[in-house]
Design a protein around this ligand. Structure first.
Ligand SMILES: [Zn+2]
Length: 389
């Protein structure tokens, strides 16, 4: 219960304060402290959750919740950002959070400090209107490990929530989902992603005497040819076709008269809900084994594909988006992975945030007006999720 209501948070000022913390992954640089200080006056119970698992760098995380019971609506995001690259290529210092010609410029403006500022502001406006009489809970799950290995971030925080018996009932992830303009796209799922490192072992020898050698390059070319010969599928109702991309094929042999002993390739696969990483791995191994080659295959799975089918959560977000922007957002599963891949095991999850055309780039920026519009959209989502009594 809030006794005296503070003035609602300003999305621009809060986003600027977040950008001024140079939280290049895995550094926090004070970013979560800024958010915590903004949320506490609104009654949020804040838990700092640092993790340092599996020799990965120690990362700060924050779980903040207001409300004691009822349905828990969660906003998930990350305060870490990718490196700025060469500062000289920026129009302004990437951590000054300068506003020029109506645009806020800085690392993280789009991905995704702007969305965090907007959601915190939306929650404060919503709570001010309800005057502490919220029948339910609003929470923020903010990690500092999304742009890094994602080992010490959302995943262990969700484990911590589970241990405490803390439930999430719906979640919006603030990734920059809009290709160009705010309002274009909600993500309701993501393709799975996995990579493979393939080594073919042959027998080294003289290229003039191939019968005395076993050329691993020929075997590798044969296997790779089979892997890319046919499309993996034609796509599914909500997904693009799966794709296997060979990203590297190396032998490193400087001699023209030597058959090398080994050949290597690396590929990345983005797959839809026709497959699982296990079914794809079985297929990869069957192709390699079927070729008769002596091979080693190492697989790393970044995430399985997932989908929150169009329904109450995507409807709620779409309605708020249309009201504030006039656009009908596309429900999409395109792009890379996000932390929604961990949250999907806990509750329905959808993603909506800023326009992403400048994310990870030099002069990353968002229109100041978009911060206000996104705040209103998030506020509309909260209004819809917690109808006034
Ligand atoms: Zn992001």
């Amino acid at each position: 219960m809030i006794l005296t209501t503070p003035a609602p948070l300003d999305p621009l000022a809060l986003t600027q304060a977040l950008i001024r913390c140079p939280s290049v992954t895995p550094a926090d640089a004070g970013a979560l402290g800024v958010l915590e200080a903004a949320l506490k006056p609104w009654g949020f119970d804040c838990h700092r959750l640092p993790f340092a698992l599996n020799d990965s760098p120690r990362v700060e995380n924050l779980y903040a919740r207001v409300g004691k019971g009822g349905r828990n609506f969660c906003f998930a995001g990350h305060t870490d950002v990718v490196p700025h690259g060469n500062k000289d290529h920026w129009r302004v210092d990437p951590y000054d959070a300068a506003v020029i010609d109506g645009e806020l410029i800085g690392r993280g403006a789009a991905d995704m400090k702007g969305a965090i500022g907007a959601f915190a502001a939306a929650a404060s406006r919503f709570l001010a209107k309800r005057k502490g009489g919220l029948d339910g809970s609003i929470s923020l799950l903010i990690t500092g490990d999304e742009e890094g290995p994602s080992v010490n971030g959302t995943k262990p925080v969700l484990g911590w929530l589970k241990e405490r018996g803390e439930k999430l009932d719906a979640c919006i992830v603030g990734e920059p989902t809009n290709p160009e303009r705010l309002g274009q796209m909600i993500k309701i799922g993501r393709r799975g992603s996995m990579s493979g490192w393939l080594t073919i072992k042959g027998v080294q020898g003289h290229s003039a005497y191939p019968h005395l050698a076993d050329n691993p390059v020929h075997r590798l070319v044969g296997i790779l040819g089979t892997l890319i010969a046919e499309p993996l599928d034609k796509g599914s109702e909500h997904f693009q076709p799966s794709t296997l991309q060979i990203v590297s094929a190396d032998v490193g042999n400087p001699a023209t008269n030597v058959i090398p002993a080994e050949a290597h390739a690396v590929f990345n696969i983005r797959f839809n809900d026709h497959h699982s990483s296990a079914s794809i791995e079985r297929w990869l191994r069957a192709v390699c084994t079927g070729s008769g080659a002596n091979y080693e295959l190492r697989i790393r799975v970044s995430g399985e594909s997932f989908l929150t089918p169009p329904g109450p959560l995507s409807d709620l977000i779409a309605k708020a988006v249309t009201r504030e922007t006039g656009l009908t957002p596309e429900l999409s599963t395109t792009g890379g992975t996000s932390d929604a891949r961990f949250i999907k095991d806990f509750c329905p999850v959808a993603e909506f945030g800023m326009a992403g055309s400048t994310m990870h780039k030099v002069d990353e920026r968002v229109p100041v007006q978009d911060l206000e519009t996104l705040t209103r959209i998030y506020e509309g989502v909260l209004e819809g999720y917690f109808p006034a009594p």
